[in-house]
Design a protein around this ligand. Structure first.
Ligand SMILES: C[S@@+](CC[C@H](N)C(=O)[O-])C[C@H]1O[C@@H](n2cnc3c(N)ncnc32)[C@H](O)[C@@H]1O
Length: 290
């Protein structure tokens, strides 16, 4: 993967509508790279691993990737070709000498809006070779107006062949693109960031760690927060006593049944206290609003 756009305007005069639409393959995997590569090198142009889950990210800041995704387990899995990451540089589709990607909001007001024609050209380029069935390959705009991201959405994304994520900037994107492409809007939470890149990395991380082989211990995703509609029980490790605080004796008892019961009771207590919405849904899945 490189930062160069797939189909930039040939002379800087605007999106290329005549040039070749087929992007160079930019996947990477275990056959071609080693885990010792630097994070950016994980995204260098390399032959596709056809079966690997793939994230394509349309962004004005391709250098922000892989970012934290290049570290630890997601980075190792990226190096091993268990998943692929490709950025599509929105700037390359900009219009005019300065490759403008935005303009003032129709009707006035503060800020700038990403242009429909520019974003559409980037989406078309990013869609090359991607299944048109959105159930297999979602097309998502990161947006504070979107449906809140949750573990169920992470599971849905992880079960797909891949995903294309659009990172907004400024005041967001021209609404007509969202309508025309039937784009799904997903929010990281009820707050506003300056761009979609952090949200994209958060969602990719949550999905990738659910892919087979990414976590050392698959059981950890079965027991963690949200797996059964509850927050996770407290965790402890050594030292056995720290600043006068002891590990709950039951966890040192070796009695697996009692440990499981204790953990379950703690998960319920914490969920009830901290997340009444989740607790209500857990107790009454039909009528819960969480
Ligand atoms: C400053 S925000 C735009 C906010 C927009 N004017 C609004 O009020 O809804 C710029 C970009 O950051 C991203 N962004 C900001 N907050 C986000 C969130 N909570 N979840 C996902 N993306 C977010 C979106 O891609 C958005 O287009």
């Amino acid at each position: 993967m490189t930062d160069t756009p797939k189909t930039p305007g040939p002379d800087g005069s605007g999106p290329d509508t005549t040039g070749p639409k087929k992007p160079a393959p930019r996947s990477h995997g275990r056959l071609k790279i080693s885990a010792t590569l630097k994070p950016r090198a994980l995204m260098e142009h390399r032959p596709a691993l056809a079966s690997a889950w793939e994230a394509r990210v349309i962004t004005l800041f391709p250098a922000a990737f892989p970012g934290v995704l290049g570290e630890s387990l997601t980075g190792k899995a990226l190096a091993e070709g268990l998943w692929q990451l490709e950025t599509i540089d929105l700037r390359g589709f900009g219009v005019g000498k300065h490759r403008n990607v935005d303009d003032t909001p129709a009707g006035g007001g503060a800020g700038m809006v990403l242009r429909a024609d520019v974003l559409a050209a980037a989406i078309d380029a990013a869609s090359d070779g991607v299944p048109t069935d959105r159930a297999r390959w979602p097309l998502v705009y990161l947006s504070p107006r979107g449906r809140p991201f949750d573990q169920a959405t992470a599971r849905r994304f992880a079960a797909c062949d891949g995903i294309t994520l659009i990172c907004g900037r400024f005041e967001g994107v021209d609404e007509r693109v969202l309508e025309d492409y039937g784009i799904e809007e997903v929010s990281l939470g009820d707050f506003v960031m300056t761009g979609g890149e952090i949200a994209a990395q958060a969602m990719i991380d949550a999905a990738v760690r659910l892919r087979p082989g990414v976590l050392g211990n698959a059981a950890s995703t079965e027991e963690e927060s949200f797996a059964h509609g509850l927050l996770e029980h407290p965790q402890y490790t050594k030292p056995q006593e720290w600043r006068g605080r002891a590990i709950p004796p039951v966890l040192l008892s070796g009695h697996h049944g009692e440990i499981a019961r204790w953990r379950r009771a703690e998960a319920e207590r914490i969920t009830r206290a901290r997340r009444p919405d989740l607790w209500k849904k857990h107790r009454d899945p039909e009528n819960g609003d969480g």
